[in-house]
Design a protein around this ligand. Structure first.
Ligand code: SF4
Ligand code: SF4
Length: 510
């Protein structure tokens, strides 16, 4: 029997309007968290377990009679500035289970969003704006190493350009980050793969390998080479780019584990591991303990792919990120992803406390690489908490060539941020390995939603570049003089390399 003290504090309250309810049972069928149980034999057929409600909103969305409301539960904690509900709930849960708390959908602690302290510039009088609807604004971007110089040789009486380093072409400076089949359903992954393929950008495979069904989208995918090395074979090496994962923003310094019960036939085929075995990704890459080791693996991947695809490195945004980035450029990476601390599923204690915001990390990396005169060699990708096209535009001005998103396409697929991704019960069919739940996403619909989102953000970018009189996104990368800071912290502005609003250009030389 469950002791009263062990019962969960309900966070939400589900209210059914029985005058409106037509007893169709959809709420019970759609609820995966045992909050609503529908028993048509009863007079009042809906049995509620509010302590299980996670506010996924599946029931309210599918109720044909608009008969369900979800409210915050009125269990009121005595106000205390130190022992907040977050701390009390965590202690109660860990005292019950003795386990690490897991959570999905990123760091939800109230750290300031640096993006919200930045505004950008616009043309007036002397510098004409561009009308992006009628005049070209180039947003095409190249993912890969840039040559020091172009060299032309004479061969057989003809002048020819020497081979350029392999670059993947992106129709826009926006990609979807690594999410693996297994952590997400087949239908949601397929929708996103199809969407990036259709719009001409890319998505990361995560560390879960690549299923044969997804081979047609290979050239639009970035194959992840993670510490578990799951599913890496000659077919996988034909993806449009490869990326060595050293770290990820949700859990810097941490690896991963897919428990055996989640390694179904589909996952076993994709990862190349036996059915039902635990898939463990060690925290470090066990063959990389120095920049020289990293250089060796980059060289091996270049050789294995006959130098036909760019090879990148992904790191989490941590304190010393600028110096680490400099080493990665010197290890001959073609592109580098910096993953900020806001996104993803992870042990909560790591997710909520490790790493630094991507805005500060990318500004620091971009400025450091420029000082070292090596910034031009590498493509910088930045992700972790990019919520909107305006965040994407600001991260580019702070120094990223390409913005990377993960949560936003999941919201496009129906995610309601209930943070239950690690339970495998996602009622929207996104973060689940259960095919019956996964089938809640229609792949054609999902493809359209994600493709629409990507295109819409790219249109926003074209419009904004036009208002700044910039005709190619390339000229906007690291152009932090077009940003101004409106936040409270001068040191933050200094690290970002952004002047405060109202500060006149050239003031320092007066
Ligand atoms: S989905 Fe709405 S109408 Fe149908 S049983 Fe549930 S509350 Fe009633
Ligand atoms: S993916 Fe599913 S489980 Fe995760 S936050 Fe979104 S709706 Fe909830």
């Amino acid at each position: 029997m469950v002791k009263a003290q062990d019962r969960r504090f309900p966070r939400f309250k589900t209210i059914i309007d029985y005058d409106k309810c037509i007893k169709c049972g959809r709420c019970g069928t759609n609820c995966t968290y045992n909050c609503i149980i529908f028993d048509k034999e009863q007079d009042r057929p809906i049995v509620l377990h509010p302590e299980n409600c996670v506010a996924c909103q599946r029931c309210t969305t599918f109720c044909p009679a608009d008969a369900i409301e979800i409210h915050r539960h009125k269990v009121e904690f005595a106000p205390h500035p130190v022992w907040t509900p977050y701390h009390i709930r965590s202690i109660v849960e860990q005292a019950k289970t003795g386990a690490v708390l897991l959570s999905g959908m990123g760091n939800d602690r109230p750290y300031p969003m640096v993006f919200d302290y930045l505004v950008w510039d616009a043309c007036q009088v002397t510098n004409p704006a561009i009308d992006a609807l009628r005049e070209p604004v180039e947003t095409r971007t190249y993912l890969g190493r840039k040559p020091e110089r172009l060299s032309i040789r004479k061969r057989g009486g003809k002048y020819e350009l020497d081979d350029l380093p392999a670059n993947a072409v992106l129709s826009m400076p926006l990609i979807i980050g690594h999410m693996s089949l297994g952590s997400l359903s087949y239908n949601s992954i397929t929708s996103m793969y199809r969407a990036v393929h259709e719009v001409g950008t890319m998505m990361g495979t995560g560390e879960g390998g690549l299923h044969k069904d997804h081979y047609p989208f290979k050239k639009s995918l970035i194959g992840e080479v993670a510490s578990g090395r799951f599913g890496i074979n000659t077919d996988y090496l034909e993806t449009g780019a490869l990326e060595i994962k050293i770290g990820q923003g949700a859990k810097p310094g941490h690896g991963g584990q897919l428990p055996g019960e989640k390694v179904t036939q589909l996952i076993s085929e994709t990862r190349g591991i036996p059915l039902g075995t635990d898939a463990l990704s060690p925290n470090p890459q066990h063959d990389i303990y120095s920049i020289e080791d990293l250089k060796t693996l980059i060289a091996a991947l270049h050789e294995a792919t006959d130098y036909q695809v760019p090879v990148g490195v992904k790191i989490a945004a941590v304190n010393n990120v600028a110096a680490i980035a400099s080493g990665i450029v010197r290890a001959n990476a073609d592109f580098m992803t910096i993953d900020g601390f806001r996104a993803g599923a992870a042990p909560r204690v790591i997710r909520d406390n490790a790493g630094i915001p991507i805005e500060l990390a990318i500004a620091s990396v971009d400025q450091h690489l420029r000082q070292e005169k090596i910034r031009h060699k590498i493509t910088l990708v930045a992700g972790g908490g990019i919520r909107s096209s305006s965040d994407m535009i600001k991260i580019i001005a702070l120094g990223a060539d390409v913005a990377m998103i993960g949560t936003a396409p999941l919201i496009a697929l129906g995610c309601r941020m209930c943070q239950q991704c690690t339970t495998g019960l996602c009622s929207w069919g996104i973060a689940t390995g259960n095919p019956a739940l996964g089938n809640r996403i229609d792949i054609d619909w999902g493809t359209r939603r994600v493709a629409n989102l990507l295109r819409a953000w790219n249109h926003d970018l074209e419009e904004v570049l036009g208002t700044m009189g910039i005709d190619a996104v390339e000229s906007f990368v690291g152009n932090r003089d077009r940003l101004r800071y409106v936040g409270p912290n001068p040191l933050e502005a200094e690290i970002l390399g952004v002047k405060h609003a109202g500060d006149r250009i050239g003031r320092e030389s007066e």
